[in-house]
Design a protein around this ligand. Structure first.
Ligand SMILES: Cc1cc2nc3c(=O)[nH]c(=O)nc-3n(C[C@H](O)[C@H](O)[C@H](O)COP(=O)(O)OP(=O)(O)OC[C@H]3O[C@@H](n4cnc5c(N)ncnc54)[C@H](O)[C@@H]3O)c2cc1C
Length: 270
C-alpha cells in the first residue's frame, strides 16, 4: 500500500514571501495514489463516526480514482454547502477515524476534497442555482459567518427570498476576519459570495442590527429572522505571563492581520 504523502507544502523560500495558502497542488499521479489508499479500505469508519457532515468519503475517493470529477463533486456537495471552506479549514475528524490510520497513517481526505472542489470549479460544475418554486416568504439573516451563509444557502434553495445583514465591511465572519490567509485565502470566500448573489441572495454589509437597523424593524419586514451572530467576545485567560507585552488575543490579532492583508486598515503592528 502506498504511504500518505507528507511533502504537501510549497517550498519555504517561496511561502515565506507571502501570506498565501501554504499547501501546494498535488500532481495527478499523487492524487491517484492517495485516492487509491482510500479504496483499499475494508471497513470505513470515516463518514459515520468521523465526519460531522457525514461526507461519503470512500465513494467520493473511488470517483476521484476513476477520474470522474463530476461524480466526486456530486457526492461531496450533497452533504456540504461550502466544501471549498471545509476542505481547507476543517480539522479533518474523518482522518482521525480513518481505518488506514490504525496501523499506519490515515488517507489525506481533506486534501483530496480540495482537489475535487477546485476541479469542480475549473470544469464549471459549480454554478448559481434557482429554487424550483418560490415560497413567497422573506427571511432576514443576521450575520454572514459560515452559519449565516449556510442558512441563507439552504433557505434560498427552498424558495425563500433571503437578505443577509453583516456589520463588517465584507461577508464571511471568522472565515474572513479570524482565519489567516495561509489556510483560507479570501478570494475563495468572494467566489462563493458571488455565486450566492447570482443565486438571488442579497447582502447588506456595514449594517449592525440593533444599532443601524432595529431588530423590531427586521421582524416587521421579514416573515422570519435568523440570528447567526457568532461569539465575538474573546475569552481571556489568567495565567502567569499574561500581562507581558505582545501577548494578544487570537481574535484581536488575526482580525487586525486579516484587515491589513485586505487593505481595510494600515498594516501596523499591534
Ligand atoms: C482565531 C480563530 C481561528 C479559527 N480557525 C478555525 C479553523 O481553522 N477551522 C475551523 O473549522 N474553525 C476555526 N475557527 C472556528 C470558526 O471560525 C467558528 O466556529 C465559525 O466561524 C463560527 O461561525 P458563525 O457563523 O457562528 O460565527 P462568525 O464566523 O463569528 O460570524 C458571525 C457574524 O455575525 C456578524 N454579526 C455579529 N453581530 C452582528 C450584528 N448585530 N449585526 C450584523 N452582523 C453581526 C459578525 O460580524 C460575523 O460576521 C476559528 C475561530 C477563531 C476565533
Amino acid at each position: 500500500m502506498k504511504q500518505r504523502l507528507h511533502n504537501i507544502y510549497r517550498p519555504i523560500d517561496e511561502r515565506k514571501k507571502d501570506f498565501k495558502e501554504v499547501e501546494r497542488n498535488l500532481t495527478a499521479a499523487e492524487i491517484k495514489q492517495q485516492a487509491n489508499r482510500c479504496t483499499e479500505c475494508g471497513i470505513p469508519f470515516c463518514h459515520g463516526s468521523g465526519c460531522p457532515l457525514e461526507n461519503v468519503i470512500p465513494e467520493m475517493n473511488a470517483a476521484v480514482l476513476a477520474g470522474n470529477y463530476r461524480e466526486a463533486w456530486n457526492i461531496l456537495s450533497s452533504t456540504s454547502n461550502f466544501p471549498e471552506f471545509t476542505a481547507r479549514i476543517c480539522p479533518a475528524l474523518c482522518e482521525g477515524a480513518c481505518t488506514a490510520g490504525i496501523d499506519g497513517s490515515p488517507v489525506m481526505v481533506r486534501q483530496l476534497e480540495k482537489v475535487i472542489v477546485e476541479k469542480a470549479f475549473e470544469l464549471g460544475y459549480v454554478t448559481p442555482f434557482k429554487a424550483e418554486k418560490s415560497s413567497g416568504k422573506k427571511v432576514g439573516v443576521v450575520g454572514s459567518g459560515p452559519a449565516g451563509l449556510a442558512v441563507a444557502d439552504e433557505l434560498t434553495r427552498q424558495g425563500h427570498a433571503v437578505t443577509v445583514f453583516e456589520k463588517n465591511t465584507a461577508s464571511g465572519g471568522l472565515l474572513r476576519y479570524g482565519i489567516p490567509d495561509f489556510k483560507l485565502e479570501k478570494w475563495i470566500i468572494d467566489r462563493r459570495i458571488n455565486l450566492m448573489k447570482e443565486s438571488g441572495i442579497k447582502f447588506e454589509c456595514n449594517t449592525r442590527i440593533g444599532v443601524d437597523v432595529a431588530i423590531e424593524y427586521l421582524c416587521k419586514r421579514f416573515d422570519a429572522v435568523v440570528i447567526a451572530i457568532g461569539t465575538p467576545e474573546a475569552r481571556d485567560i489568567s495565567v502567569p505571563g499574561r500581562e507581558l507585552s505582545n501577548i494578544h488575543l487570537a481574535l484581536e490579532f488575526l482580525n487586525g492581520q486579516n484587515r491589513a492583508n485586505a487593505g481595510e486598515i494600515d498594516a501596523k503592528p499591534l
